[in-house]
Design a protein around this ligand. Structure first.
Ligand code: FMN
Length: 317
């Protein structure tokens, strides 16, 4: 039997967000071979990640905190048993609620084991006042991308359209349940990094432009990039970090050149590779010795992220 974990991030147990989640849950239940595990995040005790990085240093890549999102925690256990996940979240301050952010932040250890890469996921962002539900949905989609979830869609709801949204919530619930059934039947299919970036190319958050902006400091030009300028300034003092940063710069230049030639997909694939080199370079220079005390786990942002199984981890930091 496949399990869909349905999580409500609203403290209002019978509010608008809850009614949408109920609709999704009822529709999920109709899918044969699927059972539902429904919880309110407010019933659990967990705080933010404390940056101890024990989850990276240990081979198991599990959280050592003694709360509901630690390795032995009830909520963490529920996520690890799930074949699909639905998160229903009220819009707070033009974005996701703090509770949703907290929950997703605490999934950090899984970036290094890859266990949630490919987990079917859908979200509901519900607003009833000024709105900005689209911003909230994009943000949750970005986090789903970071975790490597297999995105089944996200609803941006304003209660002005509650009736219509109820039907969309039901459809989303069915989609997640069907994907969960496959996850249980066939086993999880973790994304390679390249698959993940491409899979989200039609989603509510597309990595390409933000990542180009990230590396080039918003300019789109390699001369202005954080890579080139960091290298010029001699910031990469470790030879291995410097070499990785140089490789990142070279591949970024290729990606930007492909973009100039309107070769969108090639540019995107090269960007995935540049970003993997960049992740490794910064890890070596700024994190490995002084902060984490461990080298970068193989599953996390491999530079050869083409083949299945070589790249079970995902982007996160
Ligand atoms: C801290 C806080 C911030 C909020 N910010 C927004 C907002 O940015 N936009 C909006 O439309 N509603 C906002 N609201 C209202 C909630 O989004 C509203 O309650 C929403 O419909 C969720 O439904 P629920 O509370 O019935 O679950 C906010 C509520 C709180 C408590």
């Amino acid at each position: 039997m496949a399990t869909v974990l349905a999580l409500l991030a609203s403290a209002r147990r019978n509010g608008y967000t809850a009614s949408l989640l109920n609709e999704a849950v009822n529709a999920s239940r109709q899918v044969k071979g699927v059972s539902l595990d429904v919880h309110n995040l407010h019933d659990y005790q967990f705080g933010p990640c404390t940056s101890c990085f024990a989850c990276i240093r240990s081979d198991e890549h599990l959280c050592v905190l003694k709360d509901d999102m630690g390795a032995d925690g009830e909520l963490w256990q529920a996520v690890t048993c799930a074949h699909g996940l639905i998160l229903a979240d009220p819009v707070h301050g033009w974005g996701p609620s703090a509770m949703a952010h907290l929950f997703l932040e605490r999934l950090y250890p899984a970036l290094f084991s890859g266990i949630f890469s490919g987990l079917p996921f859908g979200s509901i962002s519900c607003a009833s006042n000024q709105g900005m539900q689209h911003l909230a949905r994009s943000e949750i989609c970005k986090w789903a991308f970071c975790k490597g979830f297999r995105y089944q869609g996200g609803l941006a709801v304003h209660v002005v359209h509650l009736d219509e949204s109820m039907r969309e919530a039901a459809a989303l619930g069915r989609r997640v349940a069907e994907a969960a059934r496959e996850d249980e039947r066939d086993g999880r299919h973790p994304y390679t990094d390249q698959e993940r970036f491409l899979a989200y190319a039609d989603s509510h958050w597309v990595a390409y432009e933000p990542y180009i902006a990230n590396l080039t400091r918003g300019t789109g030009s390699w001369e202005e990039s954080i890579l080139y300028q960091g290298l010029q300034a001699g910031v990469f003092t470790r030879p291995d970090a410097r070499e990785l940063a140089e490789q990142a710069l070279e591949v970024l230049r290729q990606s930007l050149a492909a973009r100039d030639e309107d070769k969108g997909e090639e540019s995107y694939k090269l960007l995935v590779r540049a970003s993997a080199f960049w992740t490794r370079a910064t890890w070596k220079q700024f994190l490995e010795e002084e902060v984490i005390g461990a080298s970068q786990p193989d599953a996390y942002r491999p530079v050869n992220g083409q083949g299945r199984g070589e790249s079970q981890g995902a982007e996160g930091s």
